[in-house]
Design a protein around this ligand. Structure first.
Ligand code: FAD
Length: 655
């Protein structure tokens, strides 16, 4: 048996982005001793990169806004596949979560009369995004960190120890959620710098690990987003919901190659930026789908008037939901009307004075100046779709954020599925993190307190299995990469090569436009990569060894990618972030269907931890269908009947 240091906590939160920090604050405030663990430095989560703002129906800029309008927009954006109760809670609670941030020290941009300013974004009927220039995520994280430090100072006063009730373990990666029978008992992790293993024992674990973008070649996501939380949940026996829905943000940088995929915030369009093709045409007017026809301007003049007089004009189609804009850009490029580097043009330079651009979009100004030598106050940007966000995720109970089927496991933020349906509206992620991060903290703390003296013990064998699994890349078959091949042994695989092949396959075969044959090819490729990943070998030792870290992350990326590919192949329609060339329209009957991915057959019971640890790299994924829960009648009553007819299945309309 290996000797691994253990610490006891009530709640462990995996991830220190907006969702993780909000959950940790809440759990600690409710009396739970709480540990937060994150892969990178404290404060450097994806949330810090969020630019445009937090969507909350505060009605500060247009008093017509309220939670009902926000709920409607969110459901329309998600093409009615949203877990409707989550969308309801989100719309109702988001304003309180934003105001709460101000009481904790956040400083949002103001309107002329001193209220929190709100900006326009795609799919939102009214100006709704509370923001701090285009650096909103930074302010959000700074505020939550400050709150954590304040709580630690309180604890120090009382106990003499800053970390007695709330501790952050930074630059540590969790590789397994541990279980005692059905229930969660803790988490197994390693320190990235030293390679040392440790266990955090806790009856409640909140997964808040963010997205999966690093499985795709062109992405706005940073190195951390390897789908770890999704995989941890699968391995612990929880299902993932609707993983086919991956959001390709319409505007990523396309040039130079070293920065391809980096995000160009939607605020550029929210503040007046327009999209043009190589012929100078504002092409989005040609791509307004029928379901949105009545809500969007039909001429440039009307679209432009909307910025000044939104009550008497319709919004420009550049502000359609992201899936629509991304598909339109893709189609223009394919038709040969793209920009020199394979994107289209996004122009603010002819729309606003240079001074206003520098004030309202400071990060974009610097990003283009420094990375592409483009002055956006004088010339158009070149942009194209980039993998940005995953709508699919851990299947959770709407009110409690509890992961289905695994007592003690909770999930919040991007890693949780359901809230955004088939497509997320911009700004709805930051509000999602705060609303459901808080809820996860409440319920994880309550659950842990409820167990009192009967905490599930951590099993030594499970810890040893997790340690052996993590060490496997050091003893991959055959010689280490770069060494001569030993006679008879299968050569080890280079984790970087496997990662590149995975990213290329996902980009080319399960990307923005999908086809049956290509997805079948992707699944074959993924099966091959899964076997080869079992032989991913690394040189050197456990002290800061990025090759080893990547070899461990591969398991997660492969699991998640297989979920995406399997679900995408199964769903024979186009909806939100999932576009099938061979099934180009939305099919109302599919609205009733959720796709669940599991690592184990629910009928056969869970794979024992030992067996999963022994397997080279676990898989394959089992896919099942379930019927979506009927939308509550009072929420349906918020929509016109003519609109519901476009979305709901026939039998739902009768019901
Ligand atoms: P994250 O903030 O992604 O944090 C995940 C945490 O989990 C990190 O601390 C990471 O280290 C940790 N972690 C991951 N794996 C492990 C592991 N195995 N062990 C331990 N720790 C782990 N949304 C909006 O609403 N408005 C915007 O304006 C906006 N702009 C964006 C701009 C960019 C460039 C990007 C990339 C995204 C943007 N988004 C925006 C989306 C939004 O930022 C993310 O969806 C959101 O921040 C995710 O937050 P989270 O708390 O779920 O996870």
């Amino acid at each position: 048996m290996s000797v691994v240091e253990r610490q006891e906590w009530d709640v462990v939160v995996i991830g220190a982005g907006g969702a993780g920090l909000r959950a940790a604050i809440e759990a600690r405030e409710r009396g739970a001793r709480t540990a937060v663990i994150c892969k990178s430095l404290f404060g450097k989560a994806h949330t810090v990169m969020a630019e445009g703002g937090i969507a909350a129906a505060m009605g500060n800029v247009n008093s017509g806004d309220n939670w009902q309008v926000h709920f409607r927009d969110t459901m329309r954006g998600g093409k009615f596949l949203n877990q409707w109760r989550m969308a309801e809670l989100h719309a109702k609670e988001a304003p309180d979560r934003v105001w709460e941030l101000e009481t904790w020290g956040a400083l949002f941009d103001r309107t002329k009369d001193g209220r929190i300013s709100q900006r326009n974004f795609g799919g939102h009927e009214y100006p709704r995004l509370a923001h701090v220039g285009d650096r909103t995520g930074l302010e959000l994280i700074r505020t939550l960190q400050q709150k954590i430090v304040a709580l630690q100072q309180e604890d120090h006063k009382e106990t003499g120890d800053y970390e007695s009730r709330l501790k952050v373990f930074q630059e540590c990666t969790v590789t397994r959620v541990l279980k005692d029978g059905e229930r969660v008992s803790g988490a197994f992790a390693y320190e990235r710098e030293s390679g040392r293993f440790f266990v955090l024992e806790a009856p409640a674990v909140v997964i808040a690990t963010g997205g999966i973008g690093k499985s795709f070649k062109v992405t706005s996501n940073s190195w951390e987003y390897t789908g770890d939380g999704h995989a941890l949940a699968l391995l612990a026996g929880a299902p993932l919901l609707n993983m086919e829905f991956v959001q390709f943000h319409p505007t990523g940088m396309v040039w130079p190659p070293s920065v391809k995929g980096i995000l160009v915030t939607e605020s550029v369009r929210g503040d007046g930026g327009v999209l043009r093709n190589s012929e100078g045409k504002r092409f989005m007017f040609d791509y307004i789908p029928d379901v949105f026809k009545e809500k969007y301007a039909q001429s440039e003049e009307e679209g432009d008037r909307w910025y000044e007089d939104p009550d008497h004009n319709r919004r420009p189609p550049e502000l359609l939901p992201r899936d629509e804009v991304a598909r339109a850009i893709n189609a223009e490029v394919k038709a040969g009307r793209g920009s020199p580097h394979g994107g289209v043009f996004l122009d603010v330079s002819t729309r606003m004075p240079a001074e206003t651009i520098r004030r309202r979009l400071p990060s974009m100004y610097h990003q283009f100046k420094e990375l592409a030598d483009v002055d956006i106050t004088a010339e158009a940007m070149e942009v194209g779709p980039t993998c940005h966000y995953v709508m699919g995720g851990i299947a959770v109970e709407s009110d409690t954020a509890a992961a289905r089927g695994v007592p003690g496991l909770f999930a919040a933020g991007e890693v949780a599925g359901g809230m955004h349906g088939s497509n997320r509206l911009g700004g709805n992620s930051l509000s999602d993190l705060l609303v459901f991060g808080r809820r996860a903290g409440v319920h994880a703390a309550e659950y842990a307190a409820g167990l009192a003296g009967a905490r599930p013990p951590v099993d030594d064998i499970e810890v040893d299995t997790a340690a052996a699994e993590a060490l496997r890349p050091f003893s991959a078959e055959g010689p280490a990469p770069g060494q001569p091949e030993a006679a008879g042994g299968r050569p080890p695989e280079n984790p970087y090569t496997l990662h590149q092949e995975l990213q290329q396959a996902m980009n080319d075969l399960v990307g923005i436009i999908r086809r049956e044959g290509e997805m079948e090819q992707a699944l074959e490729k993924l099966a091959d990569l899964r076997v080869r990943a079992g032989r991913a070998g690394v040189e050197g030792h456990r002290q800061f060894n990025p090759g080893w870290h990547l070899a461990l992350d591969l398991r997660n990326m492969l699991l998640v990618s297989e979920c995406v590919a399997r679900a995408a192949l199964e769903r024979t329609e186009s909806r939100g972030g999932h576009t099938r060339e061979d099934h180009p329209t939305m099919d109302r009957d599919w609205r009733r269907i959720n796709l669940l991915c599991r690592l184990t057959d629910p009928a056969a019971g869970p794979v024992p931890a030992q067996a999963a640890g022994e397997a080279e790299v676990v898989g394959p994924i089992i896919l099942t269908r379930e019927t979506t829960e009927a939308i509550r009648p009072d929420l349906l009553a918020l929509f016109e009947k003519e609109e519901l007819v476009k979305y709901l299945a026939e039998e739902e309309l009768y019901e």
